[in-house]
Write a protein that binds this ligand. Structure first.
Ligand code: NGQ
Ligand code: ZN
Length: 454
């Protein structure tokens, strides 16, 4: 099936262009022509951007958004939030997981993301027993991605221990646990499910250095020598302290000492880095998977973006807990975290005259695609036609040209500027609304009302 799309303006790898005609075949861009005539079908949209990836998500957490914002008996922290989260996930059945994921994926599309890396660790039933199909819940994530139309990179999570030094897992973690053999069977099941979803990709996710022992990490890398590898790392100060107590090394130091961290890797959070770790990560060609809204919500700390970007470090953004889903919102929070920390402005832009929205958008575009196992990102031949189209008549964009569109989108209008979203050349969002919004939202509301009575 060949299709044409025509945009009044588009952000191409080499810069902005006017009157851009894209031809697509089987969802992939076949040709890009600038200064073209509008085809007989007319103008598809005003301002076309290549879609961003949410490189780190736990979709089930969408359904507890707002449920962990009440003060508890002792000082609230990431760790007390995690207890609330464990109680919540103990309520979920497979159909709940699927309905929540489909809704969250739909919201991602409406909020400017065309692909997602689902860091999927909810594997077993509510009692902690494997389902007859070990990949039951992975299959639910795949089905949800199919229903929403988002591009999926599934990252099945290996999780075996409750803390550094192979500490026993807690009760709240029993739905996550596999030994290596169980994990390989899960991966086989996931491969089968993904075969039904065109364009989907598979990676692996050793959950963290807390949950995976060194020999297990080596075994995973030996059995799965290709595709993305994602790991949570150095998100909390306590995690750094516990890692030091266990190994004498900080988490990112430990990782660089023990494995070859290369462009396959996405280090999720990497919040607490010293100078040498920042440099090693920047030089490694791995991606720092930053989740600015969730990191703020959980009180994690501030990633050293200014130093990291100055050293050419690669990054992307993820919606993680999905407490709020917004591509421009993640980029804005990322820059604002730096402004507050440095008492400075336009921290992410590297040179005089560079747009901050542009630097953030282009950085997250490249890093997000890399982390999800797409070779390159952008509107060019050979790429999937994943496009976010802004409305040029939004008040914050009405007088914009070039990168001012990105500044207006990221810092002012946010997701309200989104008109259409395409994945694989297929229009899924129109007028800011997903074509199946009503059905997916009503299914989701039914699930959260039911869960509230459990
Ligand atoms: C997760 N979330 O796996 O959902 C984690 C919490 C953990 C974040 N790190 C659990 N934001 O890290 O142990
Ligand atoms: Zn996470």
């Amino acid at each position: 099936m060949a299709d044409t799309l025509f945009f009044t303006r588009a952000l191409l790898p080499e810069g902005w262009a006017d009157n851009v005609l894209l031809t697509c075949e089987n969802g992939m861009i076949r040709s890009v022509r600038r200064e073209a005539q509008a085809p007989s079908g007319g103008v598809s949209g005003a301002v076309a951007l290549p879609g961003l990836a949410s490189l780190h998500s736990h979709t089930f957490q969408r359904a507890m958004a707002g449920l962990a914002e009440t003060r508890g008996p002792a000082a609230d922290s990431f760790w007390s939030w995690r207890q609330v989260m464990y109680r919540f996930l103990g309520l979920l059945d497979p159909e709940d997981v699927e309905a929540i994921a489909a809704f969250a994926f739909m919201e991602m599309l409406e909020a400017g993301f065309t692909a997602v890396g689902e860091f999927h660790y909810l594997h077993h039933d509510r009692a902690g027993q494997p389902y007859a199909d070990r990949a039951e819940l992975a299959g639910r994530i795949v089905a949800a991605a199919g229903a929403s139309g988002i591009g999926l990179t599934l990252l099945p999570v290996f999780y075996a221990h409750g803390g550094f030094g192979s500490a026993p897992a807690h009760e709240g973690q029993r739905r996550f646990l596999n030994d290596l053999d169980g994990f390989h069977r899960l991966m086989e099941g996931a491969q089968g499910a993904l075969a039904r979803l065109p364009g989907a990709r598979l990676g692996i996710a050793p959950h963290s250095l807390r949950a995976v022992a060194p020999d297990e990490l080596q075994a995973l890398l030996a059995v799965w020598p290709e595709g993305p590898v994602h790991i949570h790392i150095a998100e909390q100060v306590k995690e750094v302290e516990d890692c030091l107590a266990w190994s004498g090394r900080r988490p990112v130091e430990w990782l660089f000492d023990h494995v070859a961290v290369d462009s396959r890797w996405c280090l999720v959070h990497a919040t607490h880095l010293n100078d040498a770790e920042t440099r090693h990560l920047a030089e490694s060609s791995a991606v720092a998977g930053l989740c600015p809204i969730t990191e703020a919500n959980l009180g994690d700390g501030t990633f050293r973006l200014a130093e990291y970007m100055a050293q050419g470090g690669r990054f992307g953004v993820g919606t993680d807990s999905n407490v709020e889903i917004s591509a421009p919102g993640e980029l804005r929070q990322l820059e604002y975290s730096q402004r507050l920390a440095h008492r400075a402005r336009n921290v992410s832009a590297q040179v005089e005259g560079e747009s901050t929205g542009g630097a953030l958008y282009r950085g997250a575009l490249a890093g997000g695609a890399q982390a999800l196992g797409q070779p390159v990102a952008g509107l060019e031949p050979g790429q999937r036609a994943d496009i976010v189209c802004l409305a040029a008549d939004h008040p914050d964009l009405a007088a914009a040209t070039g990168d001012r569109f990105l500044d207006g989108y990221v810092f002012c209008a946010g997701r309200a500027a989104i008109d259409q979203v395409y994945v694989g050349g297929k229009r899924l969002v129109e007028g800011g609304r997903h074509r199946d919004h009503a059905t997916l939202a009503s299914r989701y509301k039914h699930v959260i009302r039911k869960l509230a009575t459990r």
